[in-house]
Design a protein around this ligand. Structure first.
Ligand code: PNW
Length: 454
C-alpha cells in the first residue's frame, strides 16, 4: 500500500493565482536613492522609542537592488502573481507637484522583470508610506490629502497600466487609521480622539473612492480596480444558524466605516448612533464617490473575531478569548482558519462581489534554525495548511476567490516590531542579506505545483 494521500477533490481551479505580497517600505530600502522623498515611516522609525530596537526601513531587504534575484526565487517557487506596493514619495517626492521619473523607472524595471518570468504583477498604491510633507499639513485629517492621493494614484496607474492589470487603492485602512491616529503605535504616532478619528476615517474612504475614479480616468480601459482591506473577520463561534446570522450582521456593522461604506455609500445607523456627536461631516456627493464600483475586493485575513447571537440592539456580540487561546509569534495573531472561509463567504454574499482575492494571509514564527542551517517553521506550515483548507472549502461552496497572496515571500521590516517578527517563507539574514527558503517555502512550492492541499 502507498503512503501517498489519495487524490482528493481538493483541487484548486486551474487558473488560480498563487502569489506572495510585499509593501514598499517593508522591503525596498534605498530610501535616499533616485530622488525618493521622506515618508511618515522614515520619520517615525527614526524617532527614538517608536520601533523595536530602533529598527528602520533604511535597508530592509534591499529589494530595490536585489529584486532580480528575488524574482528568480519567486519563479523557482512557482509563483504566478506578485503583489507589491508603490512608494508614493518615489513618484512624487513631496507628495504633490512634479513627478520623479527615476522613481517610476524602478517600478518599470521591477514589473518588467516579473513579466519576463511570467509572474503577474498586482499593484497597491498606498501601503502606509504617506509623504511627510502631506503629514506636515495634517495628513489624513486634511481633506486635501484625499485629492493628493487621487492625483498620485491616477498618474501612477496611468503609467503602469500597460503592464499591470490589477490595482488596489489602499492596504488595510483600519490598521493605519487605528494604529497611526488611534493608539499611536504606527506612523505618524498620534492619538487624536474619537471625533477627529471618525473625520479622518471619512477622508480615507473618500481618498479610496477618488482614487478609483482617477485610476479609471487614466489607466487602460480593461484595468481592474479594487482594494486590499482587512475586514474584521466576523466568524460564527459555532456553525449553527443563529450564530451564522449574527456573524453576517456583524460583518456589516464591524466594518461600517470601511468596507460597508465603500460598498453601500452610507454609514450604518448603528455606526452613526454609536458615534453620536463624534460622527463625521459628509455630503451626498462624497458618498457617491466613496461607493465608486470596484472590479474586485481584496481581503487580508489574519485573526478571527468570534461572533455569537445576542439580544442587544446590534443583534450580535463579540466572544472574548480565554488566555489559553492559541496565538502565533505576534501576540495579536490568534489562530482561526475558519475566518478565511467566513470572511470571503460573507463579503461575497452581502455585497454580491464577483471577484475576491486573498491579498494577504500568513504568519509570524520564531523559525527554528537547525545546526545544518535548515529553517523549520512547522508552526507556519500548520497555520497555512489550515487556512488554505478553509479557503478550499469556500471555493467549493462557490465563493469566487481567484487568487491568494501569501504574506510574505521574505522576512521584512514588520513596522513597529522592526525585524523581530518574521513573516517570510524565505529567511533573511539581515547582516548579509542572504536568503534561505524555510520549510514553509517547500510546502508552498509543492502546493502550487500540485494545485491542491494534501
Ligand atoms: C498587515 N493587527 O498588518 C500589513 O498589511 C502588513 O504590512 C504586515 O506586515 C502584515 O499584516 C503582518 O502584520 C497588520 O494588529 C498589522 O491586527 C496589525 C494587525 C493586522 C495586520
Amino acid at each position: 500500500t502507498s503512503l501517498q494521500a489519495a487524490p482528493s477533490s481538493r483541487n484548486f481551479p486551474n487558473d488560480f493565482l498563487w502569489g506572495s505580497a510585499t509593501a514598499s517600505y517593508q522591503v525596498e530600502g534605498a530610501v535616499q536613492e533616485d530622488g525618493r522623498g521622506p515618508s511618515i515611516w522614515d520619520t517615525f522609525s527614526h524617532t527614538p522609542g517608536k520601533t523595536h530596537h530602533g529598527d528602520t526601513g533604511d535597508i530592509a531587504d534591499d529589494f530595490y537592488h536585489r529584486y532580480p534575484q528575488d524574482i528568480q526565487l519567486m519563479k523557482e517557487l512557482g509563483l504566478k502573481a506578485c503583489r507589491f506596493s508603490v512608494s508614493w514619495t518615489r513618484i512624487f517626492p513631496s507628495g504633490t507637484g512634479a513627478p520623479n521619473q527615476r522613481g517610476l523607472d524602478f517600478y518599470h524595471r521591477m514589473v518588467d522583470a516579473l513579466l519576463a518570468v511570467g509572474i503577474q504583477p498586482f499593484c497597491t498604491l498606498y501601503h502606509w508610506d504617506l509623504p511627510q510633507p502631506l503629514q506636515d499639513r495634517g495628513g489624513w485629517e486634511n481633506r486635501d490629502t484625499a485629492k493628493a492621493f487621487a492625483d498620485y494614484a491616477g498618474y501612477t496607474a496611468g503609467k503602469l497600466s500597460d503592464k499591470v492589470s490589477h490595482f488596489m487603492t489602499m492596504n488595510e485602512m483600519r490598521t493605519f487609521v487605528q494604529q497611526g491616529y488611534g493608539d499611536g503605535t504606527h506612523a505618524p504616532g498620534l492619538i487624536v480622539g474619537p471625533k477627529r478619528l471618525a473625520q479622518l476615517t471619512h477622508h480615507v474612504v473618500l481618498a479610496h473612492g477618488m482614487g478609483v475614479q482617477a485610476i479609471r480616468a487614466s489607466a487602460r480601459p480593461d484595468t481592474r480596480v479594487g482594494i486590499a482591506d482587512n475586514v474584521t473577520v466576523t466568524t460564527p463561534v459555532i456553525e449553527i444558524p443563529e450564530h451564522i446570522a449574527a456573524a453576517r450582521v456583524a460583518m456589516r456593522e464591524e466594518n461600517a466605516m470601511f468596507q460597508t461604506v465603500i460598498q453601500e455609500g452610507r454609514y450604518t445607523e448603528l455606526y452613526l448612533k454609536r458615534l453620536a456627536a463624534d460622527a463625521p461631516h459628509y455630503t451626498p456627493e462624497e458618498m457617491t464617490i466613496i461607493r465608486s464600483p470596484m472590479d474586485f475586493v481584496g481581503i487580508n485575513v489574519y485573526q478571527p473575531t468570534w461572533i455569537r447571537a445576542d439580544h442587544s440592539d446590534a443583534g450580535y456580540a463579540v466572544v472574548p478569548a480565554p488566555s489559553s487561546y492559541p496565538r502565533m509569534f505576534s501576540p495579536w495573531l490568534s489562530v482561526g482558519p475558519e475566518g478565511i472561509y467566513w470572511a470571503t463567504k460573507l463579503v461575497a454574499d452581502i455585497w454580491k462581489v464577483k471577484e475576491i482575492y486573498i491579498t494577504e494571509n500568513g504568519s509570524s514564527s520564531s523559525d527554528l534554525i537547525a545546526p545544518d542551517g535548515a529553517v523549520y517553521d512547522t508552526d507556519r506550515v500548520m497555520f497555512l495548511r489550515n487556512y488554505l483548507t478553509q479557503m478550499q472549502r469556500a471555493i467549493s461552496d462557490g465563493v469566487p476567490i481567484k487568487g491568494y497572496f501569501l504574506w510574505s515571500l521574505l522576512d521584512n521590516f514588520e513596522w513597529a516590531d522592526g525585524y523581530e517578527k518574521r513573516f517570510g517563507i524565505v529567511y533573511v539574514d539581515f547582516a548579509t542579506q542572504k536568503r534561505t527558503p524555510k520549510l514553509s517555502a517547500m510546502f508552498y512550492k509543492n502546493l502550487i505545483a500540485s494545485n491542491r492541499i494534501v
